[in-house]
Ligand binder design. Structure first.
Ligand code: HEM
Length: 128
């Protein structure tokens, strides 16, 4: 019996879809994040859903469609400051609470997202 992936442990596609929906509902309302995003979140939600599916060990949906994620490069056209990384993580933490993610798997996923969020930082000046 192979070890379960985080994707499976949280409940797979159904849970992930709820997490992503809840997350962007919070991003949409966050004053530090909302201005970076388009009015319509449909496509952003879809791409994040595909990405997180593979990030958590599920099927490689994002790469199958878009190739290598190159996430840092894809964020370079947006000013990602440490403050915005913290805002992103705060929205994600709240979304995880609302989705009912708990315990070791939640802590594990959140720590990986924290590293990824800080990896996206590309601007340190305080023009925020
Ligand atoms: C896309 C902001 C962190 C995954 C985007 C977009 C913005 C953004 C503005 C573009 C939306 C559009 O298409 O118009 C941020 C900020 C972050 C952050 C401010 C703070 C650190 C992360 C993290 C992840 C992530 C930690 C992964 C876990 C993605 C993905 C896309 C995306 C997969 C879509 C890429 C594409 O295919 O174009 N992000 N992001 N982001 N972000 Fe982030």
């Amino acid at each position: 019996q192979p070890l379960e992936t985080p994707y499976e442990l949280i409940g797979g596609a159904e849970t992930l879809a709820r997490l992503v929906d809840t997350f962007y509902d919070l991003v949409k309302e966050h004053p530090d994040l909302a201005p970076l995003f388009p009015e319509d979140f449909t496509e952003v939600k879809e791409r994040q859903y595909l990405f997180l599916t593979q990030f958590l060990g599920g099927p490689t949906l994002y790469s199958d469609r878009y190739g290598h994620p190159m996430l840092r490069a894809r964020h370079m056209r947006f000013p990602v400051t440490p403050k915005r990384a913290e805002a992103w993580l705060a929205c994600m933490s709240e979304a995880m609470d609302r989705t009912g993610l708990e315990g070791d798997v939640r802590r594990h996923i959140f720590e990986r997202l924290r590293l990824t969020a800080y990896h996206m930082v590309n601007q340190w000046e305080s023009d925020e």
